[in-house]
Design a protein around this ligand. Structure first.
Ligand code: AMP
Length: 215
């Protein structure tokens, strides 16, 4: 199913705090990852393993909607295993990131801001696989939104083959120099691989908050 989401570059800032509703098993995971596949084959393997695992667990994938790089690998693996995929992609990136033709649902947004807001609203939790600056942008945004109390959804950094060691060091550096309290586990949890991520997701409960009113 394809849907156009109305919106502009300016909206998406009506900041609201998440309310707590009835707790239930999480059903949707937002995955941030590279639009490239990276050089180490373990990144691609982890993306495929995550896709398969989500389908088996009955957890829907929320992602950036592209068919390229690790994004495409995760989505293809979910679909191959019979799972459900929602892609959210800005109109102007549809050809550059090759909007996934077989996504269960594909939402077309007017802006990058709308994409990121919708991805955040629709998810019960977030997982970060290896990626580049787009992945970093999404990671920092979802972390800062949590720091500001705009949401309280779990965030997992999946440290595949130690890819995120420099970022973990940066987080420690920020705390050591007094610019933040330690980020782990206050805002973020670090897991070494997809198997550990799936174990952690088994403990995540959805708040049941209205997904359309997060930000
Ligand atoms: P990358 O990690 O650079 O391969 O990008 C992964 C995804 O992040 C792509 O789908 C990008 O469209 C998306 N992305 C989100 N925010 C940004 C940003 N500020 N700059 C570039 N890409 C971004």
């Amino acid at each position: 199913m394809l849907a156009i989401v109305p919106g502009s570059e300016e909206d998406g800032c009506g900041c609201r705090t998440l309310g707590l509703g009835a707790m239930q098993q999480m059903t949707r995971l937002c995955v941030y990852c590279g639009s490239a596949a990276g050089l180490d084959t373990s990144y691609r393997a982890a993306a495929r393993e995550l896709g398969r695992s989500l389908a088996v667990a009955g957890i829907e994938l929320i992602f950036g909607g592209g068919r390229i790089g690790l994004m495409g690998e995760v989505a293809d693996a979910v679909l191959m295993a019979g799972g459900r995929v929602t892609g959210i992609i800005p109109d102007r990136l549809r050809s550059r990131e090759q909007a996934h033709p077989r996504a269960t649902e594909l939402l077309i947004t007017g802006s990058m801001h709308d994409r990121k807001r919708l991805m955040a609203e629709r998810a019960d939790a977030f997982a970060i696989l290896p990626g580049g600056i787009g992945t970093l942008d999404e990671t920092f945004e979802i972390l800062t939104w949590r720091q500001l109390g705009l949401h309280d959804k779990p965030i997992f950094l999946v440290d595949v083959a130690g890819y995120w060691k420099p970022l973990r060091d940066l987080f420690d550096h920020l705390a050591t120099h007094g610019f933040t309290a330690p980020l782990v586990p206050r805002l973020l949890q670090i897991v070494p691989d997809v198997a550990e991520l799936m174990k952690m997701l088994g403990h995540v409960r959805s708040t049941g908050a209205p997904r359309s009113e997060l930000l």
